[in-house]
Design a protein around this ligand. Structure first.
Ligand code: ADP
Length: 259
């Protein structure tokens, strides 16, 4: 049994925090600006995403989704509260150590594929490891390429790949280093529904077959329904925390959050 920490009972799923969880936010507050112009993008968010969970984050525009993701990934500094990423309290870390933690333990997939156009699919996938001074294990590269269905296209440059294939390269790049957490920000936002579904299936497979932990921000209720859990933000606070909801349940909870 993991030790648990009692927090204010916002919801059954968040009132006991798993201290081993690779992603944890405790009392997270982010204020932008001062005085009358101040905006509280996060108003005391408590969240723990356990190992091997696929957690989607949804909410109306301006509800704080991107701000939350950036804080959980150590890309922004909170006004108050703490973030623990892979067991590290980010507030106590110097910039260099934080950069190294992000590089070694965090994978990112964004709406834009962010591939280097002069490199092949395979070179893009192994680039982060190369930059970290590590050699990619050829068997693992092979396995990841097969997992994302790009074995045949491994030597293609991004311009010779479809959008869906390019995003699959980005997913392969993110999972190759076996990160503690994969953060995905609108990963299907630039894709048609078939290509989007293929990318979501890959993320699902990374959770089911590899035990990958994923936090994904999405606007799309059908994408969120692929996750194990859907957290809904409104006005900088968690207003719903749903266990494996289907798409209609996600839509209903979103409608409620938007009132
Ligand atoms: P979402 O991703 O759900 O659309 P955001 O996290 O982008 O929401 O924004 C939450 C709130 O914080 C919004 O009111 C937004 O205008 C504000 N905000 C976000 N980033 C900044 C910033 N850099 N400066 C000032 N306000 C910001």
């Amino acid at each position: 049994m993991s030790p648990t920490l009692a927090l204010s009972p916002v919801h059954p799923l968040v009132d006991a925090v798993d201290l081993d969880a690779p992603v944890q936010a405790h009392g997270l507050v982010r204020r932008y600006g001062d005085g009358d112009a101040a905006v509280e993008a996060l108003r005391g968010v408590d969240l723990a995403v356990p190992h091997g969970q696929f957690c989607a984050v949804m909410g109306p525009s301006g509800s704080g989704k991107s701000t939350l993701l950036h804080h959980l990934a150590g890309l922004d500094t909170p006004t108050a509260g703490t973030v623990l990423l892979d067991g590290h309290d980010l507030s106590s870390m110097k910039d260099d150590a934080l950069t190294k933690l992000r590089r070694d333990r965090v994978g990112f997939v964004f709406q834009a594929f962010n591939l280097l156009s002069t490199l092949s699919a395979q070179e893009n996938i192994t680039l982060p490891l190369a930059l970290a001074g590590k050699k990619a294990d050829p068997a693992k590269v092979e396995d990841v390429l097969a997992r994302v269905g790009l074995l045949e296209r491994r030597h293609h440059r991004p311009y010779a790949l479809s959008g869906g294939q390019q995003q699959r390269v980005a997913v392969a790049r993110a999972i190759l280093a076996e990160p503690a957490v994969l953060f995905a920000d609108e990963p299907t936002g630039n894709l048609d529904s078939a290509a989007g579904a293929a990318v979501l299936a890959l993320l699902r497979d990374a959770v089911d077959a590899l035990g990958q932990t994923i936090v994904m921000v999405t606007h799309d209720a059908s994408a969120a329904a692929v996750a194990d859990r859907v957290v809904i933000l409104a006005d900088g606070a968690i207003v719903a925390d749903l266990d494996a909801p289907d798409e209609p349940a996600v839509v209903a909870a979103l409608r409620e959050a938007s009132r």
